[in-house]
Design a protein around this ligand. Structure first.
Ligand SMILES: Cc1cc2nc3c(=O)[nH]c(=O)nc-3n(C[C@H](O)[C@H](O)[C@H](O)COP(=O)(O)OP(=O)(O)OC[C@H]3O[C@@H](n4cnc5c(N)ncnc54)[C@H](O)[C@@H]3O)c2cc1C
Length: 499
């Protein structure tokens, strides 16, 4: 059923990374729309969200066609080849944006996962680079080949400042204002919103990017919030950092196991940002701060606590309101999924607006909500694997995770793994296709944390030989690679040309 006239005016409420990225993307890809963004200086932005995934650079450089030179200059990113997990029985394992455990090397009868028990560091090139503190393979004249599935670390304030400039240049009308009231028409659609300065703005479509306040989707539309408390228990983070000084700049995020959660280490060029994500039902703020400072004695600023709730709204698109960013849902900081969800949600919105001639039907809204709901739930299930099997520290929190974390729709995948390990048919246990993480993500956690399974495979002598040769070739490439400091210097040098 077509329930609305053709959309021509879009209002974005909120100017954090979600609102700004959504506004820029909508205006760039649907330039015929009039796009206004209003945000409150009094409320401000959340100021976190600094780890990205590989979809982030491709969105900016390929979809939005942003100049790399400008982007690097304005946001000062560092590179991220993956996450180094200090979880489970190994000292650590690396989760990259490539296929590691689910890939199969030439001359081997099984997927890599079967052979990665002993040593998983050189399973793929990004992992080998991470292991040696390198960022990119070296090309002609020793220059870094900045390509492949990499991501960024970006300080939130730099990203927001840059996005504001980009939005204004793209034709988004930006203004200040704090929401005061909302008017709805007889069918429940929002018709206009009024700000404290009495400005009233009308639109056909409202993007709610008001962060955890969820002003429109939650407070006006009263959409039910579905908590993820059956699988994920963390609800706060204490955050602090220090000037890098002599600490080496590496091209990955570190995730360290803590007594009642985990701690990120995000690598900015001159600043190291750490955040202890914890469950307040197991540790209070003072205890979390004490453990955080004990393990990070270099913290030089005043740590701050950020509260969050893990879950999502049942539907992200209700009537003529579409929630994007923390207003539509948030799982938790692990795996840095939120910025990717903003991109995913915005692209889906644009796709549906495009294919319905800017006149979305009820069924297209329904499709949007199904896709977004699945994506959120898949992230929840993926993160559940991280918690359920991490036995590095025995504590009341981790014991609770082992016993009470539900694996959701991926329970079947785990059941198969328990018998068969990383067997070739495990792909059929993935409940939805396409999905975000593939089998790879789940195997990375299971094999990375050495979760036991029954059907073991012993490599033949020929396979052992082939395995060593592959690993040695990857290691050799990584040994001669370029680290982040040199790679940053290279891209800032006068003769640098982006591919
Ligand atoms: C501890 C923590 C760590 C995180 N780490 C990561 C990470 O590493 N990677 C990642 O991808 N994501 C991360 N996230 C998620 C991250 O916060 C979001 O991806 C990102 O910052 C987008 O936020 P947002 O724009 O939705 O909300 P906000 O930044 O909160 O922006 C909300 C906007 O709405 C405006 N607003 C609100 N109410 C009103 C009103 N009444 N009137 C007018 N304007 C209003 C505000 O002024 C602001 O401009 C993390 C989240 C938390 C809690």
């Amino acid at each position: 059923m077509f329930s609305c006239d053709q959309i021509s005016k879009v209002v974005v409420l909120g100017g954090g990374s979600a609102g700004l990225m959504a506004a820029v993307t909508v205006k760039r890809l649907l330039p015929q729309l009039d796009v206004k963004l209003i945000r409150s200086a009094d409320i401000g932005v959340i100021g976190v969200g600094e780890g990205t995934t590989a979809v982030f650079p491709s969105h900016f450089f390929e979809t939005l066609k942003v100049s790399k030179e400008e982007f690097y200059r304005e946001t000062q990113p560092t590179w991220k080849q993956g996450i180094r997990f200090e979880w489970g029985p190994r000292d650590y394992f690396n989760y990259t944006f490539e296929f590691q455990y689910d890939a199969q090397r030439q001359g081997m009868s099984c997927a890599n996962g079967f052979y990665a028990d002993e040593d998983c560091r050189d399973l793929d090139l990004p992992s080998a680079l991470m292991d040696r503190g390198k960022a990119f393979v070296s090309g002609p004249l020793g220059k870094p080949l900045v390509r492949g599935n990499y991501a960024f670390h970006i300080e939130n304030h730099r990203l927001v400042t840059y996005l504001e400039k980009l939005a204004a240049r793209t034709g988004v009308e930006l203004s200040e204002g704090t929401l005061q009231s909302v008017e709805q028409g007889p069918n429940g659609d929002v018709t206009s919103i009024t700000f404290e300065d009495n400005r009233r703005i009308e639109a056909d479509l409202f993007i709610d990017a008001s962060g955890f306040r969820a002003e429109l989707i939650g407070r006006v539309m009263n959409e039910p919030f579905l908590p993820f408390s059956s699988g994920l228990f963390c609800d706060r983070a204490v955050i602090g950092g220090w000037d890098r000084g002599e600490d080496p700049l590496v091209a990955y995020t570190t995730a360290e196991t803590m007594d009642s959660g985990w701690c990120w280490k995000i690598e900015h060029e001159h600043w190291i940002n750490r955040g202890y994500v914890y469950a307040s039902q197991f540790i209070n703020d003072e205890q979390a701060l004490e453990e955080f400072l004990r393990k990070n004695p270099k913290v030089s600023n005043t740590p701050r606590v950020v509260k969050f709730r893990s879950g999502r709204y049942d539907r992200s698109w209700v009537k003529n309101v579409v929630a994007i960013g923390n207003s539509s849902g948030f799982v938790e900081p692990l795996e840095a999924t939120a910025l990717a969800q903003i991109i995913y949600g915005t692209r889906w919105l644009i796709e549906l607006l495009r294919t319905t001639d800017l006149q979305p039907s009820d069924s297209s809204r329904h499709l949007y909500n199904t896709q977004m709901g699945r994506a959120w739930d898949e992230i929840r299930d993926f993160l559940a694997f991280h918690y359920k099997f991490n036995h590095r520290i025995e504590s009341p929190f981790w014991s609770h995770c082992h016993h009470d974390t539900s694996l959701g729709a991926y329970q079947g995948l785990y059941d198969y793994y328990l018998d068969e390990g990383p067997g070739p048919l495990i792909i059929h246990e993935v409940p939805h296709k396409p999905n975000i993480y593939g089998v790879e993500g789940f195997l990375s956690m299971l094999v990375g944390m050495k979760v036991p399974y029954k059907r073991r495979r012993e490599p033949t002598p020929a396979e052992q030989q082939a395995w060593k040769q592959h690993s040695a070739a990857i290691a050799a490439k990584a040994n001669s690679a370029v680290d982040s400091v040199k790679a940053l210097a290279a891209i800032r040098s006068p003769g640098w040309v982006w591919e």
